[in-house]
Design a protein around this ligand. Sequence first.
Ligand code: DAT
Ligand code: MG
Length: 167
Amino acid sequence: MKESTLVIVKPDGLQKSLTGNILTRLAETKLIIIASKIAVVSRKLAEAHYCHLKDKPFFEELVKYLTGEYHTHRVMALVYYGEDAIQKVRKICGATNPEEAEPGTIRGSYGRITTKGVYENAIHASGAPEEAKREIELWFEPDEIVFENLYPTREVVLSQHKKRMWA
Ligand code: DAT
Ligand code: MG
């Protein structure tokens, strides 16, 4: 089944200049990239992204990690699309715990667990189609995605809308 998946190169990946290596690894999937951007992650976005983990003891550290408190305040977010996209990307990422990830995977190659117990695993990838939809809608506006009708949209007319333009 053709599907889309959200990938995030996390702040440790950017700080260690791993973006190129990670995208090269993901290119093995032959999936297409239909959106990408460098984003600054607010606390609100990090909490919403990991809302399903909010009761876990490591939640606070996880939010700090994703917002870049330990590295750089930037991430690279991408949407990959194609046949079995979710499973193909997850396989190359490797297990959640970088110490359990196969050595050849992205997390096995670049991840570590800090002394505080934070899994610095370099990359996020959606785990299931419903999760991918929720995450992609959280991270991207419809017009940032170069693919028509990926998910349903609606049109709204905004008056008094403030927008920054080039001077
Ligand atoms: P994944 O990122 O493989 O989808 P997840 O959704 O279960 O894994 O968890 C999200 C992130 O939370 C994960 O990338 C790292 C962190 N995490 C998960 N379990 C953890 C644990 N036991 N200790 C510390 N961090 C953990
Ligand atoms: Mg997950």
